[in-house]
Design a protein around this ligand. Structure first.
Ligand code: MTE
Ligand code: MO
Length: 268
């Protein structure tokens, strides 16, 4: 019998998380102002801050750096589900009702060969399995084992075009900002750059702790990254698009949490 630990509050990084939280509150206030006043310069300043944050983090964590890997004994007995637990979406519920046999992941945008993949096709690709820690911006961490296909391997066959800079992910669930800051209601979405997309620890996961990915954790497919916070890992994937710029998409900041004021680069 494997000894399993509960998820932990805090751990290393709790102080930083609290700081991040405070910064996020400040940024949310700024973002609210930005929306109301449509002040172009504020938006430019915020974008500059985001770029500086990313540059500083990338200097500290080299692009090829790996996440810490754990052993089966470290796996959390109960892995918290956060955000959406079961998308309230008719199409998703139909797909789930049929064990996701008809689900397909569309891939389009700046690729030579736009296509879509069934779950069976994704499961037939050479898998990787890794035991890593999930850190939520709210201050809790859980350790889990994920199995899936490296995103880079999947993209490599599609002919990613030179102008492409980001992979955008669109999900089945609708979410809204807690305090209604800026009145944001969106389908969950996220974005990562190509360096992150081609990192070997960046996987599209369909299994967790040796079992089919459960609905609370994003069935049938979710993104897993080694070195960023939980909100950068969209669940309930529907479509991926390669773009050179995400400013014209949804709230324009590259993701739902970002549109609510959190950093685009959420390095751990
Ligand atoms: N589609 C979607 N993806 C999502 C979320 C969500 O609400 N919807 N929540 C995010 C947040 S904040 C976290 S911490 C993780 C939670 O993943 P888990 O439910 O497997 O713990 O998913 C992220 N991805
Ligand atoms: Mo999170």
């Amino acid at each position: 019998m494997m000894k399993k630990k509960p998820c932990e509050l805090g751990r290393a990084g709790q102080g930083r998380r609290r700081l991040l939280g405070a910064a996020a509150v400040a940024t949310v206030a700024q973002a609210g102002f930005m929306r109301d006043a449509r002040a172009g310069w504020v938006s430019r300043v915020l974008e500059f801050e985001a770029r500086v944050d990313e540059a500083v983090q990338r200097a500290v964590v080299p692009a090829g750096a790996r996440a810490r890997h754990y052993t089966p004994a470290d796996i959390s007995a109960h892995f918290k589900s956060n955000g959406t637990h079961d998308p309230d979406d008719a199409q998703y519920q139909r797909l789930a009702g049929n064990g996701f046999a008809d689900w397909r992941l569309a891939v389009d945008g700046l690729v030579d060969h736009p296509t879509s993949f069934s779950l069976a096709e994704i499961r037939a690709m050479p898998p990787v399995t890794q035991i890593t820690r999930h850190d939520c911006v709210e201050g809790w961490s859980c350790i889990g084992q994920w199995t899936g296909v490296p995103l880079g391997r999947l993209l490599a066959g599609l002919g990613v075009q030179k102008q492409a800079r980001y992979v955008m992910f669109f999900c089945y669930d609708k979410v809204s900002s807690a305090g209604g800051v800026g009145g944001i209601v969106e389908n969950y979405y996220e974005s990562i750059d190509l360096a992150e997309a081609f990192h070997p620890e960046t996987i599209l996961a369909y299994a967790m702790n040796g079992e089919t990915l459960p609905i609370p954790h994003g069935a049938p497919l979710r993104l897993r990254l080694g070195r960023q916070l939980g909100y950068k890992m969209p669940k309930y994937l529907k479509r991926m698009t390669l773009v050179k710029d995400f400013r014209g998409i949804e709230g324009g900041r590259g993701g739902f949490y970002e549109d609510c004021g959190y950093a685009w680069y959420a390095g751990i």
